[in-house]
Design a protein around this ligand. Structure first.
Ligand SMILES: Cc1cc2nc3c(=O)[nH]c(=O)nc-3n(C[C@H](O)[C@H](O)[C@H](O)COP(=O)(O)O)c2cc1C
Length: 184
């Protein structure tokens, strides 16, 4: 059986952790998987995999450029395998209609920019990693968080991710595979 590719972009490491958890969930469902980070030296071909999961996080309203351009380049091939997209942001931590519209737009923008329509999509809440930010990023994020009524104590990190939702998403990806669907 070909593995499932979990390809991600991550600026501060949280999306990498989510990608790893999705791969672990797939493995537990009996589906081999390969986690790779998008970048100039990484150019996997979707058709070499049983399915593809793409993940990226939002910074200043946009997903990382390297993964958008990978998905755009491979949009045709991506359309031939089961595929899924997860988008990580802090907006996804807010339970408001406005935040839901924002996270929906992040995914719509990804689809529009790449020409690839994933079969499954999910917006996942990320984390605030104050301790990893440089001085100016910390200042900027604290200002943004204060405006939104979110934590501003930069001596610690804050995680908002619903890990049960991450694992559910991993199982949904496993169900996209014909063999897994037939076995279940
Ligand atoms: C400089 C910066 C800008 C960000 N901009 C946004 C944003 O515009 N919208 C949003 O919902 N989250 C925003 N976030 C939150 C990130 O999406 C969140 O921290 C995510 O967990 C980062 O994942 P990563 O560690 O994989 O990069 C921003 C975070 C940073 C550090």
């Amino acid at each position: 059986m070909k593995p499932v590719l979990v390809l991600y972009a991550s600026t501060h490491g949280h999306t990498a952790r989510i990608a790893t958890r999705i791969a672990e969930t797939l493995e537990r469902a009996g589906v081999p998987s390969e986690v790779r980070r998008a970048g100039p030296e990484t150019d996997p071909v979707p058709a070499d995999y049983a399915a593809v999961v793409v993940g990226a996080s939002i910074h200043a309203g946009h997903h990382q450029r390297e993964i958008v351009s990978w998905a755009r380049r491979h949009a045709t091939s991506l359309g031939t395998v089961p595929s899924a997209l997860f988008s990580v942001s802090l907006s996804a931590a807010d339970d408001t209609d406005e935040a839901r519209a924002t996270t929906r737009k992040y995914i719509d923008d990804f689809v529009e920019a790449t020409g690839w329509t994933p079969r499954r999509t999910i917006s996942l809440a990320g984390s605030l990693q104050y301790r990893e930010y440089d001085f100016f990023t910390r200042l900027l994020i604290r200002m943004m968080m204060r405006r939104g009524g979110h934590p501003t104590d930069s001596s610690q990190d804050y995680e908002f991710t619903d890990w049960d939702a991450v694992e559910r998403f991993g199982r949904q990806v496993a169900e996209l595979l014909p063999a897994a669907a037939a076995a279940s």
